[in-house]
Design a binder for this molecule. Structure first.
Ligand SMILES: Cc1cc2nc3c(=O)[nH]c(=O)nc-3n(C[C@H](O)[C@H](O)[C@H](O)COP(=O)(O)OP(=O)(O)OC[C@H]3O[C@@H](n4cnc5c(N)ncnc54)[C@H](O)[C@@H]3O)c2cc1C
Length: 380
């Protein structure tokens, strides 16, 4: 049987893992990515990859040893403070603990894009997909922003929250959770702000207040990402000039009025502020199977960012790749995709339920609930 022509739309963790595992099995695949180059924009913060999810996917991709040398097990450390600076929890992993090590997104991307069996992955940069039309005589037609088109046997939408592939299978779009993150960062923290460096430690720092939280995470190279998290209408700060960093900062600090600990210095020293309202798809989002098109990762099941999204996207990518490579006869590819979707929906539905409930507790009216959630996760 001829190899099916497979296109993966989106070169994020899910799409690259799918392509990497297919490539490892000698199956041709093309990744269509809108960014013009791998380093066209900052790669984002750090990801914790769980043993049974993201790490399992990397194992299927043959990349677990490299992940172990690049990741930061000490990054699993977690310190929780009260809004007055009192330390409520100060948890550190044992040296051999590899349950959820952290890895910079940029390092993970480079790992997935790295050499594989002598020739690189076929990633077409600068290919922004606008629309996907299944069911044509020749296969599934992909339309690009520059007016070009391509035709494939299977198109996998791994193009994230605002997927352009999703519309080919489902009319559903993401909705706002009521929680907004404002992200800022600090560089060279150990040299420039040693006190804050000690406060954050090797992993994460979290402070929980009423309907507000402040979370800081150490990335590699002395870089810290900080997330101010709060409940607010979508048009929060509509009247503030977002290019005026000092105006954004003072408006943000006003939200945390009454907090007295040193953690707010993380906002005072932040260099730029990125507004990230949290959107989600409905819990248990499914669709009627459409031959030739499927979704994975955030495109299929966007959920609150509580440590599951990239993990699920990667495992789905690895599992779909394995199913594709074992499908041989006519019709078997479609059956493999159907079976993959059923499995993805069941697992993602469970995680969407967990993370939705988690967000209510982490950015909610009772800060004690956030600490209780941390304790429950530790004991599970
Ligand atoms: C603050 C924060 C912290 C998080 N921490 C964690 C964590 O610790 N662990 C975890 O598991 N998850 C975490 N997540 C969630 C995680 O980031 C996502 O779930 C994950 O990135 C989803 O991967 P993906 O491959 O499905 O999509 P994405 O990572 O969104 O990748 C989509 C790719 O598609 C490309 N693309 C988009 N549109 C098009 C188009 N039209 N044409 C072509 N290409 C396109 C994009 O450029 C991108 O490269 C966090 C999220 C946030 C916001």
């Amino acid at each position: 049987m001829r190899s099916r022509h497979i296109a993966v739309v989106g070169g994020g963790p899910g799409g690259l893992t799918l392509a990497r595992v297919l490539h490892r099995h000698g199956h041709p695949v093309t990744v269509l990515e809108r960014d013009p180059a791998p380093d066209a924009r900052p790669p984002g913060g750090t990801l914790d990859l769980q043993e049974g999810l993201g790490q399992r996917a990397l194992d299927k991709a043959g990349l677990l040893p490299e992940f172990r040398s690049l990741s930061r097990p000490e990054g699993q450390a977690m310190r929780i403070l009260d809004t007055d600076g009192t330390v409520l929890r100060d948890w550190r992993p044992r040296p051999e603990d590899r349950a959820n090590p952290e890895i910079d997104r940029g390092h993970l991307r480079d790992l997935l894009l790295g050499p594989c069996g002598g020739h690189p992955l076929d990633v077409r940069w600068g290919r922004k997909v606008t629309r996907v039309v299944p069911g044509t005589r020749d296969g599934v037609v992909v339309h690009f922003a520059d007016g070009r088109q391509g035709t494939y046997d299977l198109v996998v939408g791994a193009d994230g929250a605002w997927s352009r592939v999703r519309a080919a299978v489902s009319p559903v779009t993401p909705h706002y959770t009521g929680v907004t993150f404002v992200e800022t960062s600090l560089d060279d923290i150990d040299t420039r702000h040693p006190g804050l460096a000690r406060l954050v430690g090797d992993g994460s720092l979290a402070v929980y207040g009423v309907n507000r939280a402040l979370v800081a995470q150490r990335n590699s190279g002395g870089h810290i990402k900080v997330y101010a998290q709060f409940r607010a209408p979508l048009d929060w700060q509509a009247s503030v000039d977002r290019s005026d960093i000092d105006a954004v900062r003072s408006d943000l600090l006003a939200l945390f009025d009454g907090w007295s600990g040193p953690a707010l210095d993380l906002l005072r020293h932040g260099t730029a502020f990125l507004h990230r309202p949290l959107y989600v798809l409905p819990v248990s989002h499914t669709w009627t199977h459409v031959p030739g098109v499927t979704l994975l990762g955030d495109a299929a099941h966007l959920m609150p960012p509580l440590g599951a999204g990239a993990n699920l996207a990667m495992l789905e990518g690895a599992e779909l790749a394995e199913s594709i490579t074992t499908a041989s006869g006519p019709g078997e590819l479609d059956e493999a995709v159907r079976a993959f979707e059923e499995r993805m929906w069941a697992r993602a539905g469970r995680w969407a339920t967990i993370t939705t409930a988690g967000l209510e507790r982490l950015v909610g009216p009772d800060p004690a609930e956030a600490v209780a959630l941390f304790d429950e996760v530790q004991q599970s």
